[in-house]
Design a protein around this ligand. Structure first.
Ligand code: UDP
Length: 379
């Protein structure tokens, strides 16, 4: 491929790369090349139809779009419509099913009580008062300070042990800030006003974002293959792993990866909901996704359903990176890469991998839009 004269190169076609490419083509009016090492666009948010069951499935585990950022919501709605799906999660603990995040139904079901909201607040406050620590500084302390030790042990401890295989006292508290705790029967997983799944799927959304005569896409292309041919004055928007870009010279950042076990089951409804968590450590997977529940507006077969068992695994170099672990030691290494990156004036790092940050899709899109306005359009 001839890269001569190329002014903008986007590495990785997940939300960070795709949104910036769209802006460069549509707003700046410039040509942009997007390369991706995979055979499809969309990074880990990609979805496609499974040919056997006809069900749209998320290739890298469930992705539910939710945001409180109106700009991001309006931006996305220019490229797709969203259905009215609102995410609800159940969790299986010792063979019994509870609502997640922890709400009044979970509390009453777990303790065998019928507390009202005020009584449950008081009851949980008493559970919390049995614990002694000042300001909660890590995942375990944060969770226990919100729900007390017994609920933590049942619903958080085992799931977190499987998900992270890291002492929860070494994990950042903000991982658990993702989960609200409620003293009513609201079972929504997210509080955000705007939620849904792209009606035609994430694959279609990415195709719309990248559909422009000034955007050229080259799949199955690793950055290392083209690195030495990039013109020196080309701006590179890089959404791969930042430590890999620097050949791991300052150390290796810690990630978690997933093993996703897909299965077509001969029933019209396997579990009655889209996501069932399994909080017992003795169950090897963390959750089961059943993708038909994301598209109630579609007509799916009544005798087949597509499910995916999700197993969390230690990441090794070369594995797909899903979740940054973000221990203090990791963040020291990351800051060395940030300092190294600051010396490159023609490279912008972003996305979950490029900024080593556990961001949701809407946060990545917001970050991409800001990066375009502040660092690309103005320069
Ligand atoms: N978590 C848990 N029990 C659950 C669900 C979540 O302990 O049933 C904890 C766990 O540490 C997890 C974190 O909350 O990593 C964030 O969960 P979330 O559902 O936001 O994770 P994601 O969907 O991004 O994998």
């Amino acid at each position: 491929m001839d890269l001569q004269g190329l002014k903008y190169l986007v590495v990785g076609s997940g939300f960070f790369g795709a949104v910036i490419a769209e802006r460069i083509a549509n707003d700046l009016g410039e040509r942009v090349l997007v390369v991706d090492k995979r055979s499809h666009v969309g990074g880990n948010s990609y979805s496609e139809v499974d040919p056997e069951s006809g069900v749209e499935y998320h290739k890298y585990g469930s992705h539910i779009f939710h945001t409180k950022n109106q700009l991001v919501w309006e931006y996305c709605n220019r490229f797709c419509t969203f259905n009215n799906y609102r995410h609800k999660v159940l969790t299986n603990y010792m063979g019994r099913i509870y609502q997640m995040p922890i709400n009044l139904s979970t509390i009453n079901g777990f303790y065998g009580t019928s507390l009202n909201p005020d009584q449950s607040r008081q009851f949980i406050a008493e559970e919390i008062s049995r614990e002694t620590f000042a300001a909660p500084a890590n995942l375990e302390e944060k969770a226990v300070s919100q729900i007390g030790r017994p609920l933590y042990n049942a619903f958080i401890k085992g799931y977190t042990a499987k998900q992270w295989e890291t002492d929860p006292r070494l994990l950042p508290a903000d991982i658990i800030n993702r989960l609200p705790v409620r003293f009513d029967y609201n079972a929504d997983y997210f509080n955000d006003p705007w939620q849904g799944i792209p009606t035609d799927g994430y694959g279609a959304l990415f195709r719309m974002l990248l559909k422009h005569p000034r955007i050229e896409i080259q799949l199955n292309t690793d950055f290392s293959e083209i690195r030495s041919h990039i013109p020196t004055d080309c701006l590179i928007i890089y959404s791969g792993q930042i430590d890999q870009f620097f050949n791991y010279q300052h150390g290796i950042l810690g990630w978690r990866t997933l093993r996703l076990e897909n299965d077509v089951v001969q029933t019209g409804d396997f579990q009655g909901t889209s996501v069932m968590n399994y909080s017992d450590e003795s169950v090897p997977f963390t959750r089961i996704h059943e993708f038909r529940h994301y598209h109630k507006e579609r007509i799916y077969p009544r005798d087949k359903t597509f499910i995916c068992r999700e197993y969390s695994k230690t990441w090794h170099q070369g594995d797909e990176a899903y979740y940054p672990i973000n221990t203090n030691a990791d963040n020291v290494v990351y800051n060395r890469y940030v300092a190294a990156a600051a010396r490159y004036k023609n490279i912008i790092f972003g996305g979950r991998l490029g900024s080593y940050s556990y961001m949701d899709m809407d946060q990545v899109i917001g970050h991409a839009l800001r990066t375009y306005e502040d660092s690309i359009k103005k320069s």
